[in-house]
Design a binder for this molecule. Structure first.
Ligand SMILES: O[C@H]1[C@H](O)[C@@H](O)[C@H](O)[C@@H](O)[C@H]1O
Ligand SMILES: [Fe+2]
Ligand SMILES: [Fe+2]
Length: 314
C-alpha cells in the first residue's frame, strides 16, 4: 500500500518563479502507475524489524533500550553553550578536504545508534532514499542529490573528525535557548539538561522572538546543521528548499508534530512544504535491501558535478 504524506502539501500557483518544480500530492500519481512498483515508490507499513516506523515506546527490545539511552544522553548534554562551541569549532571546516563522493564512501563506516528503523551502513540509507525519491520526482534532480547527501554529516562520529559521540551527531533535533517542546521523543530526559531550569531559556520563545525565522534559531548540534554549513560555505548551488531539507530533516517536532512554528518566517513555511515531501522517502525507504552502489554511481556523480565544486572543505 502507498502511505500518503502526513501533512498536506500544495502545488505552487506560479511555477515559472520557482527554481524547483511543482509539488505533487500522492493522489496525483496516476492509478495505472501504482501497480508497477518499479515506477513509483511504495512505502512499507513495517520497518525491517517488523515494527511500526519511529516507534519509541517499546521497552522490551534491546535496540529500543539503546535508542532510549541515546536520547537520555542527547537531551542531557545538548545545551545552548554546547551548541555555540560546536558551531564555531566545526564551522571552521578545517578537518578535511574531500569531494562529495569520497564522503559517501566514508559513510560506509557509520551506523546510527539513534535509529529504531535501520542498522545498515549509512551509504545504503543515502542511496535508498535518493533512489526512492527519484522514482516519484524524476525531474527534480536537486531533490535526488539532496537525498544522497542529507545524512553525510554523520561522518562527525569518525576519528578523522574528532570522533564525536553519537549524541552530538544523530537523533532528532530541537531548538536550544527556548523551552523544549513536549513533542520531542523521550522528552522527560530534558529535566537533566542544565538549560531546563534556566529562566532565560525555558520560556516558549526563550532568547528568540516570534517569527524570527529558523536561520536565527540555534538547533541542537548534529549532522543536519554541519552538512548545511559544509554545503553553504563551499558554495553549493542547490536551491533553497534543498539546503532547508538538509538543515532541518531531523527536526521532527516541527515537521511531524507541528511544534515551534512560532519561530518560522514566510520563507521557512514555503520550504517546509518540500521537507514534508522529502520526509516520506527519508523514513520509509529504510530497508535491508541494498542498492548496487556501482550501478547508480555515474548518475549521482553527474549531479554532484552540477551542484558542487570538485573539492570541499569539511
Ligand atoms: O534516528 C534518526 C537518524 O539519526 C536520522 O538521520 C535523523 O535525521 C532522524 O531525525 C533521527 O531520528
Ligand atoms: Fe538524518
Ligand atoms: Fe536520513
Amino acid at each position: 500500500m502507498n502511505i500518503s504524506v502526513e501533512n498536506p502539501v500544495f502545488v505552487h500557483e506560479d511555477s515559472t518563479t520557482q527554481k524547483t518544480g511543482e509539488l505533487r500530492l500522492d493522489s496525483d500519481i496516476p492509478m495505472s502507475k501504482i501497480s508497477s512498483d518499479d515506477e513509483v515508490f511504495l512505502a512499507p507499513e513495517m520497518n525491517a524489524f517488523g515494527r511500526q516506523f519511529r516507534d519509541y515506546t517499546d521497552t522490551n527490545s534491546e535496540r529500543q533500550k539503546s535508542v532510549e539511552h541515546f536520547y537520555a544522553t542527547q537531551h542531557t548534554n545538548q545545551t545552548l553553550d554546547f551548541v555555540q562551541k560546536m558551531r564555531s569549532e566545526y564551522g571552521k571546516l578545517d578537518k578535511m578536504v574531500m569531494n562529495i563522493w569520497e564522503c559517501c564512501e566514508l559513510s560506509k563506516e557509520v551506523v546510527d545508534e539513534s535509529d529504531p528503523d535501520l542498522d545498515e551502513p549509512q551509504i545504503q540509507h543515502l542511496l535508498q532514499s535518493a533512489e526512492a525519491i527519484r522514482k516519484d520526482y524524476p525531474n527534480e534532480d536537486w531533490l535526488h542529490l539532496t537525498a544522497l547527501i542529507h545524512d553525510l554529516g554523520k561522518v562527525l562520529t569518525l576519528p578523522q573528525f574528532g570522533g564525536l559521540p553519537q549524541w552530538a551527531v544523530v537523533g532528532d533535533t530541537f531548538p536550544v535557548g527556548c523551552a523544549f517542546d513536549e513533542s520531542n521523543v523521550h522528552h522527560k530526559y530534558f529535566m537533566e539538561n542544565p538549560d531546563f531550569n534556566n529562566p532565560k531559556y525555558n520560556t516558549k520563545a526563550g532568547i528568540y522572538s516570534e517569527g524570527c525565522g529558523l536561520e536565527n534559531v540555534l538547533m541542537s548540534w548534529g549532522h543536519d546543521d554541519y552538512m548545511y554549513l559544509v554545503a553553504k560555505e563551499n558554495g553549493s548551488t542547490l536551491p533553497s528548499p534543498g539546503l532547508f531539507i538538509i538543515r532541518y530533516h531531523s527536526f521532527y517536532p516541527l515537521h511531524k508534530a507541528g511544534a515551534y512554528t512560532h519561530l518560522m518566517n514566510e520563507e521557512d513555511k514555503e520550504n517546509l512544504k518540500w521537507l514534508h515531501v522529502f520526509n516520506k522517502y527519508d523514513l520509509y525507504s529504510k530497508s535491508k535491501v541494498h542498492v548496487n552502489v556501482e550501478k547508480v554511481k555515474p548518475y549521482y556523480m553527474s549531479l554532484i558535478k552540477k551542484y558542487f565544486p570538485e573539492n570541499l572543505r569539511w
